[in-house]
Design a protein around this ligand. Structure first.
Ligand SMILES: NC(=O)c1ccc[n+]([C@@H]2O[C@H](COP(=O)([O-])OP(=O)(O)OC[C@H]3O[C@@H](n4cnc5c(N)ncnc54)[C@H](O)[C@@H]3O)[C@@H](O)[C@H]2O)c1
Ligand SMILES: O=C(O)C(=O)C[C@]1(C(=O)O)C=C[C@@H](O)C=C1
Length: 365
């Protein structure tokens, strides 16, 4: 029997889930987006097997419904679902970055006989929209599920049986714990990144050259400030309490830093950076925890053709790369070439290959 899956919201996340789940056997992926243009593009890019115009009609025959919408739009759709004639046993899930308010609404749906299991893939990008969707976006990333208490185990298994095609690692969490932890490692950092960019912008009024000096450090730390503002507006509104707590903790931390600087104490200042470095260096990078790429940093000199030389060596040894970028690019000097691989094995092979054939320094993040 065919499993019908309807994805509502065909942007970066909904589109990526739809692409990866197209690989599931006996599964027909349907997709809907509120924008005509996105539906058209989704159709051209074969994001789903069939793009639908009438969402309520498509929902009628769906076995699984997945929301890939911004979190406030998801709440609106969840309210509408209550009055739709859905298939018995349908499983509804979402992909939203917040879970508390969505799971409160899920309890409401449960009282109407609708099973809603919260979901949140912990991988993404500052890019948005259907054109940024990729089938392998979630490979090795954690994919959090937040079922309600006493959720039917068979329903969770049915959902996992589909989501396994994302190649993510599924873990279950309580919705409030989820919102606390993601505030720390995802939501609050987005606020810090945006605020640093605002700070630069204010400085620019008086020192217009400042932005030209923004090299690798500033770019690395503020990349996520280029994320979708509408999506982050919704996240902030839904995770307000946790964010206010993080903001207070940050203000206390900044007070500690201020005291440290005022102290002029060399040892304490060095210790501040050293202890942060120790914690940062021990983060479980590339074991699936919040990271999905395997990056190799190659310190390349500036001569014509150097990038094709490096990629040529990798191609000769049939090592495939998933992404390529140069960071710390300055006007007259080349920076660090960052090559991304699909897995640790490929990165290791690449490092071996390049250390044999070049004298370029290499390191992993
Ligand atoms: N971007 C990330 O890194 C990331 C990672 C994990 C989870 N998420 C979550 O995934 C969800 C989608 O984010 P995204 O990055 O794919 O955003 P996106 O902007 O790329 O995609 C959202 C899509 O939803 C559509 N949409 C908006 N309102 C709609 C509505 N009312 N009905 C139907 N479609 C609607 C938009 O047209 C767009 O195509 C959000 O809830 C976000 O919190 C994002
Ligand atoms: O990589 C990025 O650009 C992201 O911001 C992805 C990111 C994050 O790591 O904070 C953003 C929101 C999510 O809900 C999950 C992942």
């Amino acid at each position: 029997m065919t499993r019908n899956v309807l994805v509502i919201g065909l942007g970066l996340i909904g589109g990526s889930i739809a692409l990866s789940c197209q690989k599931a056997p006996n599964t027909k992926m349907f997709g809907y987006d509120v924008y005509d243009k996105t539906r058209e593009q989704a159709s051209q890019l074969n994001i789903v097997h069939e793009v639908v115009e009438d969402i309520e009609e498509a929902a009628k025959s769906a076995d699984i419904i997945i929301f890939g919408t911004p979190v406030n739009a998801t709440l609106d759709w969840m309210e509408k679902l209550k009055s739709w004639p859905l298939k018995k046993g349908v499983i509804v899930t979402d992909t939203g970055s917040t879970k508390g308010m969505i799971m409160e609404k899920a309890a409401d749906l449960r009282s109407q006989g609708i099973t809603f299991i919260g979901g949140h893939p912990m991988a993404g990008s500052h890019k948005s929209g259907v054109q940024a969707a990729k089938a392998h976006l979630f490979e090795n990333a954690y994919y959090i599920l937040t079922p309600l208490n006493n959720e039917d185990g068979a329903a969770i298994e049915k959902l996992e049986d589909l989501l396994k095609f994302t190649l993510a690692r599924i873990v279950k969490l309580d919705a409030h714990e989820h919102d606390h932890m993601t505030a720390v490692v995802s939501h609050f950092p987005h606020i810090v990144a945006a605020s640093l960019v605002h700070q630069l912008n204010h400085e620019q009024q008086e020192y217009p050259l400042t932005s030209m000096l923004a090299a690798g450090g500033f770019r690395d730390v503020t990349r996520i400030a280029s994320s979708n503002p509408l999506m982050w507006k919704d996240i902030v509104l839904q995770n307000r309490e946790e964010l206010l707590r993080q903001l207070n903790a940050w203000q206390e931390e900044m007070d500690r830093v201020k005291t440290l600087i005022l102290s002029n104490n060399e040892q304490s200042i060095e210790h501040y950076f050293a202890s942060a470095k120790e914690v940062r260096d021990k983060l479980p990078v590339n074991t699936g925890a919040f990271y999905t790429t395997y990056d190799l940093y190659v310190d390349i000199p500036d001569y014509p053709g150097v990038i094709s030389e490096v990629t040529g060596y990798l191609a000769e040894e049939r090592i495939s790369i998933t992404n390529l970028r140069v960071v710390e690019a300055r006007e007259d000097v080349f920076g660090i070439l960052v090559i991304s691989f699909q897995n640790a094995k490929d990165r290791h092979k690449a490092e071996k290959c390049l250390s044999k054939r070049t004298i370029f320094e290499m390191y992993q993040s």
